[in-house]
Every structure is written in C-alpha cells, then in structure tokens.
Design a protein around this ligand. Structure first.
Ligand code: ACM
Length: 640
C-alpha cells in the first residue's frame, strides 16, 4: 500500500513537474510550425563561443545576440567566424546549410538546444536571424533587461524546432505623419517588430498633418509642410490654430536619415515601403504648394493641427477644406513624377504605396477644371476621376521600376492596372474583390488589425474611434474562404498616430495586439489557440516588464454589456476576454476588492446608483484595472 502511495506521489510530482515545464517552455510568439521541448535545460556557460558564417548580412544579428549575452547575462563571448574546422568548440552555432532544405524556404530555420549547446541552421541569413529571435525568447525573461542581471544560472530549455513563415508579407504600418516619430524611435520600432518576426515596415510618410520626407525638388514640403501647432487632448476636437500661432510641432527625415533607417532595417531583414498618400490626405503638400489644388482658397490653407476639417457624418469624407491634389492639373503629375523619382531612389523596396484612401469628392463635383476634364476623358463619376488619376500615377511609379500599391478605394471607378497591388482595409471585401480581379493583395482589415483603435472599453481606454480587442486581432486570418491564396501576399497591422503623442503610448497601443497579428502572419492556422496564446502573452508581459516597455493589460478588463429587462430595470453583464476571471463591482464609490460581489449573469443597477466600479480578479489576484462608468453613460449605450 505504501509502495502504491509512493508511486502515486511520484506520478503526481512528475506530472506537476512536466506541466510547469511545458508552460515555461512553450511561450514563443509567434508559435513555431513544429516544436518539441524534451526534458532538460542547457545552462549558458560563463565563456561562450559563437560560430557563425562571416556574412555582412549577419552582422546586426550576431551583435544583438552578443550584446545580450555580454551586457545583460555577463557572459564572455568569443566569435569564431567561418571556422568550420573548430566550430565543434562553439556552444552556439549558426549554420547556413550547404544543401538547401526546401521546407525552410528563405526565412525558415531549425533550432536545436540540447546538452551539447545550441545550433541554428537555415538556408539563408534571414532564417538564422529568425532562429536567433526564437533563441532569445527561449532564454530567461531577464535577458530583455537593459542593465546587467545577476543570475546564478541562465537556462535555455532543450528544444527541437523547425519553423518557417506562413506569409512572406508580415507588415506593420507606422504613421509618422499625424504625429512625428524620429529616426531613433523608428529604429526602436524596427527592433520591436523583428523580435516578433515582422519583415515589412510600411512607412506612412505624408498626410494632412505633415510631410515627413525631404524632397530636394520641392523644399517647401518639409520647410512648411512638416510643421503644425502643438496640441494635446483629443485629436479632431482641437481648437483651430490662430493665424500666426507658432508652428513648432513636427519634423521630417532627411535623405541621410532615410538611408540610415533603410540600412538599419536591412540589417534586420526588414523592407521599408514608403507611402505618399494621394490624391486625398494631401493638405501638407497643398499648404506648401497651393497650386497643386483646384481650389483657389488653397492659398490660405495651413497644415492641419488636429482641428476638424472633414465631415464624416455622411459615412464618407466630405471636405470642409479641399485636401485633394487636383487631378485635372498637369502640374500635379509633374510634381508627382519628381516626388516619386526621389522616393524611388531613397527606398530600394520593390513596392511604393500611393495611398488613395478617403479622398473627398465634394470639391471636385463643382470644379470647372474637373468638370471639363470629365467631359474630355469621358469620365462619368468622381470615382472615375480618381481612377483616372490612379492610372496616370501607376505609369509614373512603374516608370521608376517600382510596383504600385494602394488602399482598397483605388478599386472604385474601375480600370485599375492589373499589376497594381491592393491593401484591403475596409474589412476584407476590397481584398476579396481585388484577388478576383487578379491583383496582388495585402489584408489589413480594420476590424482585426487597426491597432490604433481602443483595445478595451471606452470607460478605461484613451478614446479613439472604435474598439478592436486582442481577441479580434487574434481571430485575423489573411486568407478568408473563397480567396485565391496565391494572390494574398500576407497582411499587416496598422498603427495610425492621430492619438499617439509619445513612444510609450505607441508601445501601449501596439502590444499585445501586434503579437496576435504576428502569429496570424507567421504561424500555421492549425497551431493557433486563443487560451494558449493568452498564457504566452502573459509570459511576454513579464519580458516587457524586464525591458521596461509599455503594453496594454486591457485583455483582463471587463467587457460591459447593457440592457433593460421587462420591468424596465437597467442591467449590465460583465465578462472578460481571458477566462476564468471574476469581475467584482461596487455601486457605492468604494474600491471593489475580491470580497465584493462578483458579477454573474445580469446585474441589476440599483435605482439610485450613479456610478459603477469594477475590477477583474484571478482568484485573489487583482489582474484588471479599476473601471468606473457612470449610470448615465450606461443609459446612453442602451440608446445606441
Ligand atoms: C485608412 O485607414 N484610411 C487606410
């Protein structure tokens, strides 16, 4: 009997042990194609030899790994470049396969950690780079710390991983136009994206609020177009600037800055796609060169400083000031030719994005120049006018040896050249249509990957138009049913910056949703699982804490649903994206700890209550933030 008890205890301990090990080991984001984690750890020795092929392409990869090991983990690192005869001495080996492994493609890798050390193999340097990103994620979270960490042992779990991406296009869009982020911040952004295996930086460089790239042929674009009046608060509700108010907010990238960014990105296997957003979203260009507009009042226009100037109440853009380039003015095409010549020279990537989104047509409808052009070119609608403009621009962009890409509005009006790629943002419909018409497609549906939107309830999140929760981002699948998968190059998350005033807040908006999208873009659909992802997100929160990076804990906070019962009583239902959590609440203005009632089912709002407070708990542990909502606000939601 005692023996039986001992065996039972051993089995229990073993199970407990293996459960905790599994939890500890399986935290890679994005989740690999195939990964096994045998029992055991490799401890990083005090002196580490790294063997790597001497390739210019791997310099930044190796430097990052070496820096982390030396500066954070206090290991002594010695490099062996191209030393195949001595490579057996190395504890970490990066190997470019002599015979290509077709499964791995250009970006895949294998990573083996065992008692002898660590070996990463790949067909190409990019694969070794991604292997190193995975290796860093397998290391203890303290490896992310900015300063030296004293730790008795630095253990890496045994692993056997084979991994490669689902999509070649794994993009993140950064809007540096609405609010400017400088060169060092862009480099930081690149570092943060590649850690999660993104490979395309879509650089939104121009908009109504700023022109951010030096164009030698048109110096006013940055002398005037890069500057507006500093405002804080809620974008689009800012007061109108005074006529002579100092325009001190903004900035731009010189040609040297761009060269530096592109080269930094290249060292991390990232392509940079510039976007020059035309013919709408062009107020910064028009304020710099009013002759680009069809509207005579444009001579008085200024770069927008976040004050309202478009009426969105009709469901589409109605401009109160004309922010469009004039499609009936030959000077506009000369301008675009020169601008795109310089842009093509600065950015080696094969695609240039020309925007094309949200172009108001109300000024065009009344403009004699445009009406005359419509007659001459037999254009029936303002959409056909934009399509005419797009076709002319396509000729310009392809003449520079580049492929053109635009937002899905460029499908409207018809006649889009086949070789133009479409980025679908108003859901997936534009992407589905574009693929049917034979265009290449990148999926960026706003209801899944717009990481500028609120990630939780408006009662606690900084206000931005709508909500896209972490779970919505995780549900992103770039290839919906019925689409020709061959034409879908991949997808990306878009970070617009209307409401981004600091880099800290940029991080808050980006993470953890960018982790969810990275998994949608890299990992096989069948490997993805929400509950498992949440546990990995929690591990990465710990890594970000070490790195002193900001992230949003919104996934823990309450989701509020409101309704009225037959007796006319107002009720709320409180749930969370992450389970199992309980939400405790109060109506008496006091702080709800975990002894307060937990919301189950419909909670009736007491007749005289004015405010409800709530916090999420996991058992006794407070995981959510306190949310406060007035009963007045709940009633307003009911009306909607
Ligand atoms: C967009 O969000 N206007 C492309």
């Amino acid at each position: 009997m005692l023996k039986l008890k001992c065996i039972a205890l051993a089995v229990f301990l073993l199970q407990g042990f293996s459960v905790s090990l599994t939890a500890q080991q399986a935290h890679l984001i994005p989740i690999p194609v195939k990964a096994e984690y045998p029992q055991g750890f490799y401890s990083l020795p005090n002196r580490i030899i790294i063997a790597a092929p001497k390739s210019e392409a791997l310099q930044a990869t190796v430097k990052n790994l070496t820096d982390r090991l030396e500066k954070t983990a206090m290991r002594k690192v010695q490099m062996l470049w191209d030393a195949s005869s001595q490579a057996d001495l190395a504890q970490i080996r990066l190997i470019l396969s002599k015979q290509a492994n077709p499964t791995l493609g250009n970006e895949g890798y294998t990573l083996a950690v065992n008692a002898r050390g660590i070996v990463i193999t790949a067909n190409k340097p990019a694969g070794l780079f991604y292997g190193v990103q995975s290796l860093l994620q397998l290391m203890p979270k303290e490896i992310e710390a900015k300063q030296t960490v004293i730790k008795q042992t630095w253990k890496v779990p045994f692993a056997q991983i084979t991994d490669y991406p689902r999509f070649a296009w794994r993009g993140l869009m950064l809007d540096v136009a609405r609010h400017f982020f400088n060169k060092d911040q862009v480099k930081q952004f690149i570092d943060e994206m590649v850690a999660y295996k993104y490979n395309i930086l879509h650089f939104h460089l121009t908009d109504d609020e700023g022109w951010r790239v030096e164009i030698k042929s048109f110096p006013n674009l940055t002398k005037k177009g890069a500057w507006n009046v500093p405002k804080v608060g809620r974008f689009t509700e800012f007061s109108k600037p005074e006529p002579n108010e100092p325009r001190t907010q903004g900035g731009f990238f010189t040609k040297e800055d761009i060269q530096d960014i592109v080269s930094y990105a290249k060292g991390r296997f990232v392509n940079v796609m510039p976007e020059i957003d035309v013919p709408g979203h062009s107020m910064a260009a028009i304020a710099s060169y009013p002759e680009l507009s069809c509207t005579p009042e444009a001579v008085n226009y200024q770069v927008i400083s976040g004050e309202p100037f478009i009426d969105w109440s009709h469901g589409h853009a109605v401009a109160l000031q004309d922010n469009t380039l004039c499609p009936a003015n030959e000077k506009v095409y000369t301008f675009l030719d020169k601008v795109f010549t310089e842009v093509a020279e600065m950015f080696p990537f094969e695609y240039i994005h020309m925007g094309g989104d949200e172009c108001p047509k109300n000024y065009w409808e009344k403009n004699p120049q445009i009406l005359a052009m419509m007659q001459k070119e037999n254009l029936k609608t303002p959409q056909e006018v934009q399509a005419f403009f797009t076709r002319r621009l396509e000729k310009i962009i392809t003449s520079k040896g580049k492929k053109m890409m635009g937002w899905d509005e460029i499908l409207e009006g018809g006649g889009l050249p086949k070789n133009t790629a479409v980025m679908s943002w108003r859901g997936i419909a534009g992407g589905v249509q574009a693929a049917k018409d034979g265009h290449e497609v990148v999926m960026t549906p706003n209801n899944h990957v717009y990481v500028d939107l609120m990630q939780g309830d408006a009662a606690i999140e900084p206000p931005v138009y709508e909500t896209v929760r972490l779970r919505d981002s995780y549900a992103f699948n770039p290839v919906p049913e019925g689409v020709d998968a061959k034409l879908v190059k991949g997808g990306q998350a878009n970070l617009w910056s209307e409401q981004l005033f600091t880099y800290r807040h940029l991080q808050y908006m980006l993470f953890p949703r960018a982790w969810a999208v990275s998994e949608a873009l890299w990992s096989p659909q069948e490997n993805r699982n929400w509950d498992n992802f949440v546990s990995r997100v929690e591990h990465h929160f710990g890594r970000f804490d070490q790195a002193e990076k900001k992230y949003a804990p919104s996934m823990y906070d309450a989701i509020i649903q409101v309704g009225k019962n037959e007796q006319g009583q107002l009720w709320v239902e409180l749930s969370t994206e992450v389970n199992p959590l309980s939400v405790h609440y109060s109506f008496d203005y006091s702080y709800p700890d975990n002894f307060y009632p937990a919301a189950t089912g419909k909670v009736i709002i007491p007749k005289d209550a004015l405010e409800m407070r709530m916090i999420s708990y996991r058992g006794k542990e407070k995981v959510g933030r306190m949310m406060t909502i007035s009963i007045e606000d709940l009633k307003k939601r009911l009306k909607k």
